[in-house]
Ligand binder design. Structure first.
Ligand code: CMC
Length: 382
């Protein structure tokens, strides 16, 4: 029987509710610590690549040189999209939101799986590699198609991040640019039990299939309270326009209970360690581009926010400075959240595969607030 409101307390938004065990990612939100399989995110950002990070999350240990080479070769071999999907994508309206395109394309890949009914671990590992490899290709292909350009075929000699930029711009990035993109993917690859990971697990827990679980993840990431915040930050920076406008904008937003995008977090009550890393790249790129305006507006917003609401545990999160980084890489704003997805797909898959090792369907409860009994009134008497 569903509980009565008076009898129970419930956790709105599932705050602090533990829904699974996981060995993949750990966060200490009080001190702003994030580790992948025990390895601090700062170390990952300094030394790792997206390919190595995806392997770590999916396999539970850092790869040997040979394992990494083999895994990278598998990703490279799976980058191209099936012709059927490319032809479908040509029918998509050029005005479509790239996150909607990504969600639809991932769903379509499910129809194109050669063995859709085989849910063995081996098949799911193949699917994992294909999905991780194909996310950047989908995003880059649509970004070109909507401009009336032909998609650029992937290049086997480039790493995952560099190849994405190559497919997007038709030109291979320099070493620094490729590294910035790689670090961005490492930083976004996983984040414990966030909304999109949980949503993927819910779909996976019904023993549906990998594509359905990941499609759910993409749809959930899209929202401005989650992955969509990086695009909302840029809209805010554009609206603010000048450093002088930043403080009154923030004070007015706080007064009117409007949220400042890129700040606050359910788990972190300290500075998000990923935001620190993005901030330094944002500073360096702004200096290199000789265009400090957005960075300075960002720093001013940060100063005012910490002064006004830092005591409530509200600090910059991963989405605050990432937008400035992508802006200086020349990436269109509506691709920022798809880039988040290009990275996070590794985390979604790792968690879904882990959950399937000891699966139980998610079926929570709710408090019924409607009438307990009501007559059925015939339509002519209503
Ligand atoms: N600006 C101003 N006040 C804020 C903000 C913010 N960005 N975030 C939280 N608060 C205040 C909120 O008004 C509330 O105050 P009060 O207790 O006085 O009513 C208190 O902090 C708690 O906020 P909440 O919305 O109940 O917290 P939550 O844990 O439900 O939500 C959040 C977390 C991330 C959705 C929220 O902080 C938010 O909406 N932030 C802006 C959107 C954003 O940047 N999202 C990206 C999150 S990080 C990457 C990711 O997960 O995708």
């Amino acid at each position: 029987m569903a509980p009565d409101e008076a009898e129970v307390t419930f956790a709105k938004g599932l705050e602090d509710v533990i829904v699974a065990k996981s060995r993949i990612t750990y966060i200490d939100g009080e001190i702003g610590k994030l580790v992948y399989l025990g390895i601090p995110i700062e170390e990952m950002a300094k030394h790792s690549t997206f390919e190595e990070t995806a392997y770590l999350l999916g396999h539970g240990a850092l790869p040997t040189r040979q394992q990494l080479d083999e895994y990278s070769r598998t990703l490279v071999a799976n980058r191209a999209l099936p012709d059927t999907l490319l032809n479908m994508m040509k029918l998509f309206p050029p005005t479509a939101l790239p996150m909607d395109v990504l969600r639809t394309a991932v769903s379509a890949l499910g129809m194109l799986d050669p063995n859709p009914k085989d849910s063995s671990k081996e098949q799911n590992q193949l699917r994992s590699a294909r999905l991780i490899a194909q996310f950047p290709t989908i995003v880059a292909a649509f970004a070109r198609m909507r401009q009336g350009l032909e998609p650029v075929a992937p290049r086997a000699d480039l790493g995952h991040a560099a190849n994405f930029l190559y497919m997007l711009f038709g030109q291979a990035p320099d070493e620094f640019t490729a590294r910035v993109m790689d670090v961005a993917l490492v930083l976004h690859a996983d984040h414990e039990m966030n909304a999109s990971t949980f949503a993927s697990l819910v779909t996976g827990s019904t023993l549906s299939d990998m594509y359905s679980a990941i499609t759910t993840g993409v749809g959930t990431l899209k929202g401005p309270l989650h992955g969509g915040a990086n695009e909302a930050v840029v809209a805010m920076l554009q609206e603010i326009g000048t450093v002088e406008n930043a403080e009154p904008y923030v004070l007015n937003a706080l007064k009117t209970k409007k949220k400042i995008m890129g700040f606050g977090h359910r788990v972190y009550h300290a500075y998000d360690p990923r935001a620190r890393i993005f901030k330094e790249y944002a500073r360096e790129l702004s200096q290199r581009k000789n265009d400090m305006t957005w960075f300075q507006i960002g720093e001013k917003i940060e100063e005012v926010m910490i002064r006004e609401v830092g005591r409530k545990g509200i600090f910059p999160n991963v989405d605050f400075y990432s937008g400035i980084v992508y802006h200086h890489l020349g990436i269109p704003t509506d691709l920022y959240t798809p880039i988040f997805a290009i990275a996070r797909v590794a985390g979604w898959i790792a968690h879904v595969m882990e959950y399937w090792e000891d699966n139980r369907i998610f079926r929570p409860a709710s408090i019924y607030t409607g009438p307990k009994e009501a007559p059925y009134v015939p339509i002519e008497k209503r």
